[in-house]
Design a protein around this ligand. Structure first.
Ligand code: NDP
Length: 285
């Protein structure tokens, strides 16, 4: 048997099309959705991410304003910029690209962004709302994973879900969203005993470890849905995930490739969050 390949590029494309329709409707009401993107320093990977976000905004019809700040920008200056953007009524979403240079306290910066403009869903108020089932922003990569599963026609309700990884960015929030969808969720990590046995019970496995071949064929139940969040490089420099794709795709029912699986979803969900930001600010007025 060979697994269905979940096409993240196509699903992300559809979400961006839907976002473009909403952006157009907002424009017809005289509202121009706007995302402010702040980049500090010259981390080359961050530059690529920021550029991709700007391009997506352009394609969807969201204004993006970039603030490319020098590496030696002080924490105080960055907090001042965030304060200005928080107060600017034309700016709906604020994104500060992480990681920040070492002399800047990331937690302080995340806390400074208005929760109503926090399109990355990193502010503790939004993280809290995620856990208590409140409305508002959803974290981009985890929410993208849920969309991949549901839009591919699979249900989560009642399914045994195993998440490998417990980071604040992927593992924990995706577990919370699977729970929201009525999955029965187990979170695994580097100290988990008998990982293979735990995974074998799962109908849905999300792997987010940042380690190649964390999930191998012998750990997967026939027909399980496998979502690979990992972004690693193999010995030839080729992008690969955390799952042994060639082997696991022989037993899984469905699988996301790397590239072309979870990756494109993150930016698509960011676009959706920018439009959610407009709604939130309309309600607040
Ligand atoms: P972190 O390094 O923050 O977390 C990794 C987690 O995996 C930790 O909880 C760790 O456990 C666990 N882990 C590591 N090795 C093992 C193992 N052998 N067995 C079981 N658990 C293990 O990573 P992130 O969550 O930030 O990212 C994970 C991957 O997803 C990375 O490759 C990253 O690049 C990718 N990513 C992709 C995105 C996308 O848009 N496609 C977005 C964000 C991330 P412990 O807590 O015990 O240390």
């Amino acid at each position: 048997m060979s697994a269905n390949i979940i096409d993240g590029k196509a699903i992300a494309g559809k979400i961006k099309e839907e976002a473009a329709e909403v952006a157009l409707q907002l424009k017809e009401q005289g509202i121009m959705p706007c995302l402010a993107v702040v980049l500090v320093g010259d981390n080359s990977a961050s530059k690529v991410y920021v550029n991709n976000k700007k391009k997506a905004c352009e394609a969807v019809g969201i204004d993006s304003i970039s603030y490319e700040m020098p590496e030696d920008l002080s924490e105080e200056e960055l907090l001042k910029l965030i304060d200005t953007l928080n107060k600017d009524e034309k700016v709906h979403g604020i994104l500060v690209q992480l990681p920040l240079p070492k002399h800047i306290n990331e937690t302080k910066v995340i806390m400074a962004i208005s929760p109503n403009k926090d399109v990355d869903c990193f502010h503790p108020q939004n993280v809290g709302a995620l856990h208590t089932g409140g409305q508002g922003f959803l974290p981009c990569t985890p929410a993208g994973i849920i969309e991949l599963i549901l839009r591919s026609g699979y249900s989560i309700s009642g399914k045994r879900c195993v998440v490998i990884g417990r980071s604040n960015i992927v593992g924990k929030p995706v577990a919370m969203l699977l729970l929201r969808e009525n999955g029965t969720v187990t979170i695994c990590h580097s100290k988990t005993k008998d990982l293979s046995e735990v995974c074998k019970q799962a109908d849905i496995i999300v792997v987010a470890t940042g380690k190649r071949n964390t999930l191998t064929k012998d750990m997967v139940k026939e027909g399980a849905i496998v979502i690979d969040v990992g972004m690693n490089r193999d010995e030839n420099g080729k992008l690969c995930g955390d799952v042994d794709y060639a082997e696991v795709s022989q037993v899984a029912g469905a699988i996301t490739p790397v590239p072309g699986g979870v990756g494109p979803m993150t930016i698509a969900m960011l676009m959706k969050n920018c439009l959610t930001a407009v709604t939130i600010q309309k309600i607040l007025k």
